[in-house]
Design a protein around this ligand. Structure first.
Ligand SMILES: Nc1ncnc2[nH]cnc12
Ligand SMILES: [Zn+2]
Length: 358
């Protein structure tokens, strides 16, 4: 793999020392140390089997599996829906504010070890309120752990409330109203869950209301669904980033638009492999999107289920598609640029990236 596949923002310098660094293949440790922003991470998707069983026992919730090993063995998915069925069933163990805080603490500790310096966490409140868990319990638990991580680990970040697109629009509307009691905790809103048959257009009004509250807007689109859903997410929801978006490649005009308007795609290689959104990681379109000038970032989606956290995704990309140090740095820089961090925080993170290069 040569530098010709580097993302558009990849640096170029004349010095031979830099060129040697630039073309080298980074070690696992270097990829873990690479300062980066995680922009596509469902906090419920970080629930590891061990913690799921611990919380099940603590809360008296029955899991439909006899052991940690039996649960882990079920992580063999044919598509998005087969994953979602298990994902929603397992998260029933999350009941109290403490449970949500503990889940988030576990994730942020791991994220820190994987070089995450800024984390924008998706959460699915409707999956919890439907079980009788108040939305304040969810937001206060996750938000409290984020505050601790800022203090103890130096990780900045925030929360993005995702509407479940396979639930009625009226439920999304009620969820937004309820969440606005914690407005200061929210960075933005997103759209997730089963995609095909649930176009973004359904959620135009609720996204307009969220944007009027000053919230950022992102949306899953083009994971399993068509490129047309990406266009709808941009035109009708005002999405500032597209989560996944890999099917955009089916529409050359859309690719041109994404590149021209610098609309980031938060891509999740291991997820796409595990959910068969891409037939083989070696054929993943990550670098093709970057070569087309699209602002692409590497993320982990639901790492407890898909075999790896964010640095593991970088490592898997290196081992299958190839990844030079310059490319890794460029993907990390794009993640900082595409984040909703303040300009001051972005400047700090870019300095950390410079220091990583050495
Ligand atoms: N990959 C994914 N796509 C859509 N909804 C999700 N919820 C959690 N993970 C998801
Ligand atoms: Zn996702």
């Amino acid at each position: 793999m040569t530098d010709s596949t580097a993302p558009a923002s990849s640096p170029s310098r004349a010095s031979s020392a830099f060129s040697a660094f630039s073309a080298s293949s980074p070690s696992d440790d270097a990829l873990r140390a690479l300062p980066k922003a995680e922009l596509h991470l469902h906090i419920e998707g970080t629930l590891e089997p061990e913690l799921a069983f611990e919380l099940a026992a603590r809360n008296g919730v029955a899991l439909p599996f006899a052991s940690v090993d039996e649960l882990a063995a079920a992580y063999d998915f044919a598509d998005l829906q087969s994953f979602l069925d298990l994902y929603y069933a397992t998260m029933a163990v999350l009941q109290t504010e403490d449970d949500f805080a503990e889940l988030t603490r576990h994730y942020l500790r791991r994220a820190s070890e994987q070089g995450v310096r800024h984390a924008e966490l998706f959460f699915d409140p409707q999956a919890h309120t439907a079980r009788g868990v108040p939305i304040e319990t969810v937001i206060d638990g996750i938000g409290g752990a984020l505050d601790e991580a800022e203090r103890d680990l130096g990780i900045s970040g925030g929360l993005i409330l995702c509407f479940l697109r396979d639930q009625p629009v009226a439920s999304a509307d009620r969820t937004l109203s309820a969440a606005l009691t914690r407005r200061e905790r929210l960075l933005g809103v997103g759209l997730d869950s089963a995609e095909v048959g649930y176009p973004p257009s359904l959620f135009q009004d609720v996204f307009a209301r969220a944007r009027a509250e000053g919230l950022h807007a992102v949306a899953h689109a083009g994971e399993e669904g068509p490129a047309g859903y990406v266009v709808e997410a941009l035109d009708l929801l005002g999405a500032e980033r597209i989560d996944h978006g890999i099917r955009s490649l089916d529409d050359p005009a859309l690719i041109e638009r994404l590149a021209r308007d610098r609309i980031p795609l938060t891509v999740c290689p291991l997820s796409n492999q595990r959910l068969q959104a891409t037939p083989d990681l070696a054929l993943h379109p990550l670098h093709s999107l970057a070569e087309a000038g699209v602002a692409v970032t590497i993320n982990s989606d639901d790492p407890a289920y898909f075999g790896g956290y964010i640095a593991d995704n970088f490592i898997a990309v290196r081992d299958t598609l190839g990844l030079t140090s310059a490319q890794a740095e460029a993907y990390a820089r794009t993640s900082i640029d595409a984040s909703f961090a303040s300009d001051a925080r972005k400047a700090e993170l870019r300095r950390e990236l410079e220091a990583w290069r050495g």
